[in-house]
Design a protein around this ligand. Structure first.
Ligand SMILES: O=C(O)CCC(=O)C(=O)O
Ligand SMILES: [Fe+2]
Length: 200
């Protein structure tokens, strides 16, 4: 696998109280295409279920949860247990760890079938996640816009997450900033996102 060879001056895209670096594409086009196809086929994709105000909701996007141990992931009263790493996920984890100089023990995967599926404003600060731990986000498939919003001031920053690209959120980012994947009518093809995380 080809390691990222770009320059390493990836500046913080947040102006304060957080750290977000966009590394751009870290996989060559053929590698990104290969992983996209392999993950589409080999991951145990499932519609996410949640109980919100006593109602059972099923998301349009699909999700999957993998890890080094069968960690429990609880989201709106439903609990799932991490599946063991596949060969592709293990290879991508190793690559992302080498580039970010961090380690991860789990990965949440999202499959958005088209631009009508997204994720609304939220932060990744569940109690089982390591506090201020780095979260590395690898994107495959359709390019999509990604937004950050400062909780107190409303300041926003946006960028495009490209096929084969890597973004890292670290430090106090999840304390002060929300993020979202906005829906858009312009995107008609799927996107896969992997967020490598640390469960404690
Ligand atoms: O799809 C993305 O780029 C982000 C997903 C996300 O924010 C999450 O899984 O918490
Ligand atoms: Fe998130």
């Amino acid at each position: 696998m080809k390691l990222f060879e770009g320059n390493y001056t990836h500046e913080n895209i947040l102006p304060k109280e957080g750290l977000v670096r966009y590394y751009g594409t870290v996989l060559s086009k053929p590698e990104a295409d290969k992983y996209y196809q392999q993950l589409l086929q080999n991951i145990a994709w499932k519609h996410d279920e949640a109980v919100i105000y006593g109602k059972r909701i099923v998301t349009k996007r699909k999700v999957a949860w993998y890890g080094s141990e069968p960690f429990a992931y609880t989201y709106s009263k439903t609990t799932k247990y991490a599946l063991p790493w596949t060969a592709e996920l293990q290879a991508l984890k190793t690559l992302v760890e080498a580039i970010t100089h961090e380690t991860y023990n789990s990965c949440l995967l999202n499959l958005y079938h088209n631009g009508e599926e997204g994720m609304s404003w939220h932060r990744d600060a569940e109690k089982d996640l390591k506090k201020d731990g780095a979260i590395a986000s690898l994107s495959l498939g359709a390019p999509r816009r990604f937004d950050f919003k400062h909780i107190q001031t409303g300041e926003q920053r946006s960028l495009i997450l490209e096929h084969g690209s890597l973004l890292v959120m670290a430090g106090p980012t999840q304390t002060y900033w929300l993020h979202r994947l906005p829906v858009t009518k312009k995107v008609t093809t799927p996107r896969i996102n992997l967020t490598f995380r640390t469960i404690e």
